[in-house]
Design a protein around this ligand. Structure first.
Ligand SMILES: *[C@@H]1O[C@H](CO)[C@@H](O)[C@H](O)[C@H]1NC(C)=O
Ligand SMILES: *[C@@H]1O[C@H](CO)[C@@H](O)[C@H](O)[C@H]1NC(C)=O
Ligand SMILES: *[C@@H]1O[C@H](CO)[C@@H](O)[C@H](O)[C@H]1NC(C)=O
Ligand SMILES: *[C@@H]1O[C@H](CO)[C@@H](O)[C@H](O)[C@H]1NC(C)=O
Ligand SMILES: *[C@@H]1O[C@H](CO)[C@@H](O)[C@H](O)[C@H]1NC(C)=O
Ligand SMILES: *[C@@H]1O[C@H](CO)[C@@H](O)[C@H](O)[C@H]1NC(C)=O
Ligand SMILES: *[C@@H]1O[C@H](CO)[C@@H](O)[C@H](O)[C@H]1NC(C)=O
Ligand SMILES: *[C@@H]1O[C@H](CO)[C@@H](O)[C@H](O)[C@H]1NC(C)=O
Ligand SMILES: *[C@@H]1O[C@H](CO)[C@@H](O)[C@H](O)[C@H]1NC(C)=O
Ligand SMILES: *[C@@H]1O[C@H](CO)[C@@H](O)[C@H](O)[C@H]1NC(C)=O
Ligand SMILES: *[C@@H]1O[C@H](CO)[C@@H](O)[C@H](O)[C@H]1NC(C)=O
Ligand SMILES: *[C@@H]1O[C@H](CO)[C@@H](O)[C@H](O)[C@H]1NC(C)=O
Length: 834
């Protein structure tokens, strides 16, 4: 197949190929002829994408000397016999942003004896850099290059540009780097380089651009006062560099950008002598104050982020920044600063101001109101101690984060330019003005954990063509849920948990086709189950718990529409639902059955906003008998909680299909019949609560095979017979079984009336006979799994409550010791008593 669009040209057009190779002149006229043949060709993609402005010819002898095929959408393996190599006079070749399907870089590139610029950025070339191409000025960004850093890349001294950004190179940077006296541009960022930067780098006096961000380089930066006289850009962020900042940083005369965030630099920041600085980013280091006064004389300074925890600096006089007419970005977050201002601070260019995690107290100060009142688009004052805000004066604000302060009073409405408005964890009171609906670009609105009351503005349903994330959790809103959601609604998360809402929820929410999380828990909704929610194609989390919902979950429709096929968390607990368990739904929970691929590439559910970052969903859920506030929802969490209702009838066998289920809670219902053996198929299950029903029969032995089960409760039922033994079951206590008069065997005190066959004699290591059964070995295997389990849930971030599995692990250790003891002493294990 000619699916290899590789180098558009030659492969598809043999006649042209002939003219190229036979004439040997590789003239521009041929190329132009070639270009013309394209426009009449059906290979549309190439016509759209290949810029024929990309061909440069030498006018004297009509040789093609530069070829730019970047962004051609070429795809396929890169053949080493390509006729491209028959253009020997090529000096510059750019193949960036094509996809060569992880083929190797052919050594034939060495035939381009005149080539000095080769750009293979983001071409999906892979493997090692062949030595034959190392005399070039290379751009191999994002190529998937692997292996040790290619030492030979520095064999020839003519290299002036080297870009290996975003590969997977490892090892140390070779000392031979210093041989490249002509090097002006060096980018080794986002690889896996380790060790120190070689001292020889100080010999690269021509360097203008030096970027080695995003590796694990350590040690201090080579220092020499006169180093890098031509350096303009220095990017060393996201490494493990330590020691003091090098002295040349303060003196390099051309330096404009310094990016050293996310390292371990320590010591004081000294005075900057170069006045050309435009960017100084020092966040996340261990640097100390005081703040050098020279910063306030850098008239071209545009971006400034101070280290967090800048010890020794407690108060900053904000009006000092007014001296910096070009300042656009100022990040003073994560300090213990209180800011003062003795004069009005009009920073006319300021666009982004981050003051989060400081000690700013009281009313929003006047200077903050005036700062960038026209220019400011981002203001983050979260995690301070503000108590009062009258209005928001910023005319063009897009991101406003006031969360986690102590603000009381009515909620002012920001300018209608707002995109992201976060005020959670304050004490705002009163109603929310429907003026907020003028914000036609509002994307994320988080008013959660306040004391807001009144009804939810109906217009929230029409805000929808931009609103993705609406969180009103834990307020005092009452009345109805907005009854109309406009067509094209973009909501992905809608959280009304913990209010006084009476509902109802109307089917117009089906206009929100992308809805992933719907949490109406802890309200006063008196309604039947909104079964039509089942047709929301992306719904992953449905929480209706603790409402006044009632009726059967049975559906009459015989249509086989897809139903809750992406659901992962289904919590209907503490309502008045009745009738049989919803077999029809369970059958269609395709995500939990593992028939539906979980589409997310990130581990947590949330909104990914390219400008403000990743905004995670949170949820409150009962896990293993304890209420937990999950600050992030791990995408693999699959939980069904139907507890505390009036469901009746048996537990359906199909429940055994839900292979990815982690937690199942059917407790406090009127279920009868047996525990289906198929529950033994739920190999991901970590907790199972069937307590307080009328279940009868025995506990299936297969449950003992569930490797991750760490919380098990069947108390208050009518079960009888022997409790399964071994593995995880040795870790459950008496309270898992109480209120079942018929159960016997460990750990309940009642022994089983079964005469077991005498255990085979087992030879101990020391050769002595032992009458300890192999049950003990199984127990130890069980402990091992417990540990595995612990690791498997370790991902989840808990806000409150003690993770039960941790408790379990500790208990297991105790249990282990206790059992060892009893093993040495009397054999009081119920199971073994005859
Ligand atoms: C891409 O590489 C894979 C694996 O080497 C191969 O199977 C596939 O055919 C290649 N595709 C093209 C278009 O060359
Ligand atoms: C390159 O070699 C492959 C076989 O390895 C052949 O099919 C193809 O025609 C050759 N292409 C050119 C342009 O010579
Ligand atoms: C490589 O080419 C791409 C696409 O034309 C361009 O964006 C990039 O700046 C080039 N890299 C270098 C180092 O010239
Ligand atoms: C720098 O170059 C000089 C000579 O060009 C050489 O003597 C010296 O060892 C080099 N320094 C480093 C650190 O490589
Ligand atoms: C810097 O880190 C290295 C290890 O990477 C350590 O040996 C050295 O003592 C550290 N220096 C300072 C000043 O912390
Ligand atoms: C500041 O920027 C201006 C405009 O880019 C430039 O002309 C001037 O030289 C810069 N000042 C310094 C000290 O570099
Ligand atoms: C800030 O500094 C204090 C003491 O100087 C230290 O206890 C604290 O851990 C530091 N915090 C961070 C985030 O570095
Ligand atoms: C404000 O304080 C700064 C620094 O303390 C000082 O330089 C400046 O003169 C003061 N301005 C006024 C108007 O008092
Ligand atoms: C911005 O603040 C300044 C100083 O308080 C004031 O003079 C100006 O009118 C304000 N601009 C707008 C558009 O409100
Ligand atoms: C639901 O509303 C009906 C009719 O208004 C009422 O009879 C019933 O008690 C309510 N149920 C709950 C659980 O509040
Ligand atoms: C505000 O700052 C806090 C703390 O640094 C951060 O977690 C939060 O994401 C920021 N908010 C926005 C909207 O960027
Ligand atoms: C449980 O698994 C066994 C074997 O893997 C299979 O035969 C059986 O049908 C499964 N039961 C259910 C209810 O899925």
């Amino acid at each position: 197949m000619a699916s290899y669009l590789f180098l558009c040209l030659f492969l598809f057009f043999p006649h042209l190929y002939a003219s190229f190779s036979s004439s040997g002149s590789h003239s521009c006229s041929s190329l132009i002829q070639f270009k013309d043949s394209f426009s009449i060709n059906q290979k549309r993609m190439l016509i759209y994408c290949c810029s024929w402005d990309g061909v440069t010819c030498d006018h004297l002898n009509a040789h093609v000397i530069a070829l730019d095929l970047s962004c051609c959408w070429l795809y396929g393996n890169f053949p080493s016999n390509t006729t491209l190599f028959l253009l020997p006079h090529l000096q510059k070749l750019n193949l960036a942003y094509n996809d060569f399907n992880l083929s190797k870089i052919p050594s034939e590139f060495s035939r381009f004896t005149s080539l000095f610029y080769l750009n293979l950025s983001y071409t999906e070339f892979a493997g090692e850099v062949p030595s034959q191409v190392s005399h070039l000025s290379l751009s191999l960004a994002g190529c998937g290059l692997q292996g040790k850093f290619p030492k030979n890349i520095f064999d020839l001294p003519s290299l002036n540009l080297l870009n290996l950004l975003d590969n997977q190179l490892s090892g140390q940077i070779p000392r031979s780097l210093g041989n490249h006296l002509q090097l002006t541009h060096l980018d080794l960022s986002w690889n896996q380089l380790s060790g120190q930067i070689p001292l020889s780098i100080l010999n690269l006096t021509q360097l203008e651009y030096l970027r080695i961000a995003g590796n694990t380089l350590e040690g201090s930066i080579p220092d020499e006062v006169t180093a890098f006289p031509n350096l303009i850009y220095l990017g060393l962020s996201d490494n493990l560099f330590n020691g003091t900042l090098p002295s040349w940083l303060y003196t390099a005369p051309s330096l404009k950008r310094i990016i050293l965030s996310q390292n371990q630099f320590s010591g004081h920041i000294k005075e900057f002598q170069s006045k050309s600085l435009e960017m100084i980013l020092l966040k996340n280091n261990k640097l100390q104050g005081p703040l050098p006064s020279s910063i306030f004389q850098l008239l071209n300074l545009t971006y400034l982020s101070l280290p967090n925890n800048l010890s020794g600096v407690r108060v900053i006089e904000f009006s000092m920044f007014s001296n910096l007419p070009n300042l656009k970005y100022l990040d003073l977050s994560y300090n213990s600063l209180s800011l003062t201002s003795n004069s009005t601070s009009r920073l006319k260019s300021l666009e982004r101001l981050d003051l989060s995690c400081n000690k700013i107290e009281g009313k929003i100060p006047q200077w903050m109101q005036e700062v960038g009142n026209v220019s400011l688009t981002y203001l983050n004052v979260s995690h301070n101690s503000l108590t009062e805000v009258e209005y928001f004066p910023w005319k063009n604000i897009e991101f406003l984060d006031l969360s986690s302060n102590l603000i009381r009073g009515n909620l002012p409405i920001p300018a209608s330019t707002i995109n992201v408005f976060l005020i959670s964890n304050n004490s705002f009171t009163g109603e929310v003005s429907s003026l907020i609906c003028n914000a036609s670009s509002l994307q994320i609105l988080d008013l959660s954990h306040n004391n807001l009351s009144g009804t939810i503005p109906q217009c929230f349903g029409n805000l929808s063509d931009s609103l993705e994330f609406l969180n009103l959790k834990k307020n005092k809103f009452y009345g109805t849920i907005p009854t109309t959601f406009a067509k094209g609604c973009q909501l992905t998360t809608f959280n009304l948990n913990g209010n006084l809402l009476e509902g109802p929820l109307t089917p117009s929410i089906l206009n929100c086709n992308d809805l992933e999380v719907l949490d109406l828990g802890n309200n006063k909704i008196n309604d039947t189950f909104p079964h039509w929610l089942g047709s929301l194609p992306q719904l992953q989390v449905l929480v209706l718990k603790s409402n006044h919902m009632h009726g059967s979950l049975r559906i009459n429709s015989s249509k086989s529409i897809p139903f809750f096929s992406k659901i992962q968390i289904f919590d209907l607990s503490s309502n008045y639902f009745s009738g049989p368990l919803p077999v029809r739904y369970i059958n269609s929970f395709k995500a939990i059955i593992n028939l539906e691929k979980i589409g997310s590439t990130v581990s947590y559910m949330g909104v990914n906003d390219p400008r403000s970052g990743f905004y995670t969903y949170s949820i409150g859920i009962v896990m293993k008998g304890q209420y937990m506030e999950l600050v992030k929802i791990f995408t693999m969490w699959m939980i069904i909680d139907l507890s505390n209702n009036q469901f009746e009838g048996g537990i359906p066998k199909v429940i055994g299909k839900l292979t990815l289920l982690k937690g199942l809670n059917l407790s406090h219902n009127n279920l009868n019949g047996g525990i289906p053996t198929s529950i033994g198929n739920l190999t991901s299950l970590e907790w199972l609560d069937l307590s307080s029903n009328r279940l009868s029969g025995t506990i299936p032995n297969r449950l003992a095979d569930l490797p991750f089960l760490s919380s098990f409760n069947v108390s208050e039922n009518k079960l009888h017979g022997q409790i399964p033994q071994g593995k995880q079951f040795n870790t459950f206590g008496n309270d898992s079984y109480q209120g079942n008069k018929g159960l016997c065997g460990f750990p309940v005190s009642k022994g089983c009336n079964i005469i077991e066959p005498a255990p085979p004699n087992v030879l101990e290591k020391d050769g002595s006979k032992s009458n300890i059964t192999f049950g003990w070995k199984v127990v130890l295997i069980g402990y091992g799994c417990g540990v595995v389990f612990g690791m498997s849930v370790g991902y989840v971030v808990f806000k409150t409550g003690k993770p039960k599995w941790l408790v379990n692990l500790v208990e297991i250790q105790h249990e282990k010791k206790r059992r060892r003891k009893s093993k040495d002493g009397s054999h009081s294990n119920g199971r073994r008593r005859i």
